[in-house]
Write a protein that binds this ligand. Sequence first.
Ligand SMILES: [Zn+2]
Length: 329
Amino acid sequence: MFNQIKGHSIQIKNLIADVNLGKLSSGYLFGGPSGIGKKLVALNFAKFISCENISGERQDSCGGCPTCKKIDNGQHPDIFLVTADSAKEIDTMVSSKKEASSAIKIEQIKEIGKRSSFRPYEAKYKIFIIDEAEKMTQEASDALLKTLEEPPKDTIFILVSASERMLAATIVSRCRRIKFNALSLEEMKEMLIADYRLDETKAHFLSCFSQGRLANVLKIKDKDILTEKNSLIDDFLRKKIFFKDRFDAQYKLNLFLGWLRDLLLSRLMKRPTLINIDREAELLKNKNKYTISELKSYINFISEALLYLERNINLRLLTNLARIKLCKA
Ligand SMILES: [Zn+2]
């Protein structure tokens, strides 16, 4: 239900208005950073549109009718979630290629076209949520465009994307765009304290570290994250640089980046908002250990390393580079 979603209140209000005013668009594009809950809003929007308990000006789905329950369980015959991962299923169905790559393929979009040509079975609309829409192949994107240009009756497409710029302009222009924003540091901190019962220091660190992306926080909120991050920072400071895999490297480098950023901000500002407030005294004591240009060069190195990691850099090479580049840090 919408009332269980944190933040995005303006976006949700607009979607509710579309339903109550009878102004539903046949295509929506939910854009904004990853991990902030766009797909969750899309699923709840589908639920709100389809819920059986409709009376007057509704503000939310009921959450309890058979339709709401089926959507929650991913079992509603008129609501479809299309993801790059669901390509695996289609791969084994339609081709001999067993290995699926992370893309939304033409076969998936054709399947959508086929399914959308039937009338809805149970609900008022057929709703297709295409997650990470930017992962559509060129062919898939062309096929979707055709469908969007002549949208089948009673069908709604919701495209979800963190990289709108990678979508074809022709597709974007066919959709009503709803822009989502990451939660602010304060919003997220308040939420982690009130709803997840985290203490202030942990909530502060997680809010900064996640940059307002709740999905990232929920993955690590139950860990003893402060002890873990401190021991990882100490490893870096003792030149113990070791990465298990790409994700491990991303995680550790991001943590150390936070430390370096704190040192730099302490040099540049009188009252910076530190990420590592639990080690504020130590940070302030050490801030003059490095020159500003040294700190900037470490930060640049890590920022570049994080980019290379997205492009599959060889891990051993990266580890060696990190040992050399950060040896004085
Ligand atoms: Zn309902």
